[in-house]
Design a protein around this ligand. Structure first.
Ligand code: NAI
Length: 415
């Protein structure tokens, strides 16, 4: 085992407690653990996991490790690594390169070092690892069986590579499985964004005006949960169809210029840059709270906030930076504009990640089982696997659904 780079190994006991807690509520991963820790299908397979490093991710890494893989774990965002969880993994014999609040240079070094493992398989979240393989470490591509991608932004980067004919190994867009985006992006982000905002600010959401930018899968969840908490929700969009969907779901739709005047809370979740920029910030109310849930910290232009600030920026509370504008109003930024649910919280609810990470495990198994048979392109997981995970989830929750009779099958196929 190579030496890990983490903050402090002495935090391992706290991290272990967090991992043990999530294990209780991850029946799908428990099932896969029981099934494959005996047969060890990943024996002699090098596998890099680059996902936000908190307890659920740690358990996925352990299940892969128990299934025989030689696993190295890095974080996928400087503010989403939990140092105690990283320490617990190292105690378990898994190599980790990740520290909370590491610099961009350190973050890149960790990815680079993880690639020294010469991975056969990889799990990426956001596309940084795959990008590094294509740009800096192309020498490793020949031995790679393939990889999978966790999030929309990473999938969009892969689509761009694939469309240019430049994707150099098979990748699976786990994000595009039903069992991922319908539940993780929508309900997972919906809950965890508000968990992150509420625990960080201790403010009431009820009666407030919440502006959600982007009405994709994540934005729908964030808006739905804000409404459930009693907020008045405004949606901003660039896609006319999504805008109409938001209207029919009962939300007001307007431009960010207009919404900037009304919002108490702003949540960006678009995958785009500069969704909130200087011209919007100057219009905002005193005390406005800005949070981003999109993958990269480019949706709120933080540089603009610093430029607008006429007094020293200060930490108003843990994970909240306060900026004072020339008009005397204060704007509060959560988690430095990084994914608020991970930078200021523990990420998605456990049960949701159980589904997503079961899909990730099955994607790794699929790539291994189809070694040498896949093209250098972007795949989605076969629909049967999606259904299998959904069926297992229902079974583990003790829920039964109806089955078609032969007569009904005949009717549906012939009428
Ligand atoms: P999506 O593609 O379903 O939705 C994005 C929406 O944003 C689209 O409707 C698009 O029209 C809209 N949009 C794009 N630019 C815009 C702009 N400038 N102003 C207003 N609307 C704009 O994507 P999804 O799945 O909702 O993901 C969004 C982002 O969240 C991605 O970066 C993704 O990687 C990330 N994500 C974050 C998670 C978290 O835990 N915080 C979980 C899953 C995804």
């Amino acid at each position: 085992m190579t030496e890990s780079i983490i903050y402090d190994i002495n935090l391992a006991a706290e991290g272990r407690q967090k991992i043990n807690w999530v294990k209780q509520y991850m029946p799908m991963l428990n099932h896969l653990n029981r099934l494959y820790s005996q047969t060890k299908p990943f024996k002699e397979t090098n596998l890099v996991v680059t996902i936000h490093l908190e307890a659920k991710t740690a358990y996925l890494a352990e299940v892969l490790h128990n299934a025989g893989a030689n696993v190295i774990v890095t974080g996928s965002n400087p503010l989403s690594t939990q140092n105690d969880v990283a320490a617990a993994l190292v105690k378990e014999g898994i190599t980790v390169y990740a520290k909370y609040d590491c610099s961009k240079e350190e973050y890149d070094t960790y990815l680079d070092k993880a690639l020294d493992l010469k991975p056969d398989l990889l799990i990426d979240d956001g596309g940084d690892l795959v990008n590094m393989l294509h740009t800096k470490r192309a020498d490793l591509i020949g031995s790679l069986i393939g990889g999978s991608e966790e999030t929309t932004t990473g999938v969009n980067r892969l689509k761009a590579l694939s469309n240019q004919g430049k994707l150099a190994f098979p990748m699976i867009a786990v994000n595009d499985s039903h069992c991922k985006y319908l539940f993780d992006n929508r309900y997972g982000t919906g809950q965890s964004v508000w968990d992150g905002i509420m625990r960080t600010t201790n403010l009431s959401v009820a009666g407030k005006t919440v502006v959600v930018s982007g009405y994709g899968w994540c934005g729908k969840g964030v808006s739905m949960r804000a409404k459930g908490l009693g907020a008045n929700v405004i949606v901003t969009e660039i896609d006319p169809i999504k805008a109409i969907e938001a209207i029919f779901d009962g939300f007001r739709v307007m431009t960010m210029e207009e919404a900037a005047l009304h919002g108490d809370f702003f949540v960006t979740v678009t995958g785009c840059k500069d969704v909130i920029a200087k011209r919007h910030m100057q219009l905002m109310k005193d005390g406005a709270v800005l949070a981003n849930a999109g993958h990269f910290d480019v949706e709120i232009n933080v540089h603009d906030l610093y430029e607008l600030s006429v007094k020293p920026v200060y930490e108003a509370r843990r994970n909240i930076l306060a900026f004072t504008l020339a008009n005397g109003r204060k704007i509060n930024l959560l988690g430095e504009g990084r994914l608020v649910n991970l930078a200021c919280g523990d990420g998605h609810p456990i049960e949701v990640m159980d589904l997503s990470f079961a899909m990730q495990f099955l994607a790794m198994k699929y790539l291994l089982d189809n070694k040498g048979k896949l093209q250098n392109t972007l795949y989605t997981l076969p629909a049967e696997l999606d259904k299998k995970v959904a069926s297992l989830k229902l079974k583990s929750s003790g829920i039964k659904i109806d089955c078609l009779t032969d007569d009904q099958v005949f009717y549906l196929n012939n009428e």
